[in-house]
Design a protein around this ligand. Structure first.
Ligand code: IDP
Ligand code: MG
Length: 136
């Protein structure tokens, strides 16, 4: 039985802007993830609104969608055993100020909104999010 799992990762505009994508991808590789799908895209605000629909009632929703569509991003499907949970651990807390030392958000994040990376929060959402960017 193949126990490996897929999760969606995004290198967000603040990190792409600072040219951190190779360094961050290297962190994924070092931690045992295989980047099975990858593309660099620049999404519209409407697409960001669809992607972050679960947050539509939050006060930061508009800024979040403006931000995710503000510049190029790298979307990836990461594969390994326990990919969803292990990627969340590698990323660290949403707020870089609270992220554990050595995590991606602690190392690269600038602020709670410019926190450099996205990662799916459940296996079910990972499937939905991978389909969102990689269907057809
Ligand atoms: P996550 O990215 O760690 O899963 P979520 O709660 O799903 O965090 O929030 C999605 C994104 O929305 C976060 O990565 C962050 O960029 C932004 N965000 C979350 N909470 C706040 C907030 O209180 N103010 C501003 N932006 C926020
Ligand atoms: Mg989330």
């Amino acid at each position: 039985m193949n126990e490996s799992e897929q999760t969606l990762s995004i290198i967000k505009p603040d990190a792409v802007e600072r040219n951190l994508q190779d360094e961050i991808k290297n962190e994924f590789n070092k931690n045992g993830f295989v980047i099975s799908k990858e593309k660099k895209i620049h999404i519209s605000k409407q697409e960001a609104e669809q992607f972050y629909k679960v947050h539509e009632t939050k006060p930061f929703y508009n800024d979040l969608c403006e931000y995710l569509s503000s510049g190029p991003i790298i979307v990836m499907s990461l594969q390994k055993k326990n990919a969803v949970l292990d990627n969340r651990k590698l990323m660290g807390a949403t707020n870089p100020k609270e992220a554990e030392k050595g995590t991606l958000r602690e190392k690269y994040g600038i602020s709670i909104d410019k926190n450099s990376v996205h990662g799916s929060d459940s296996i079910e959402n990972a499937k939905i999010e991978i389909d969102f960017f990689f269907k057809d």
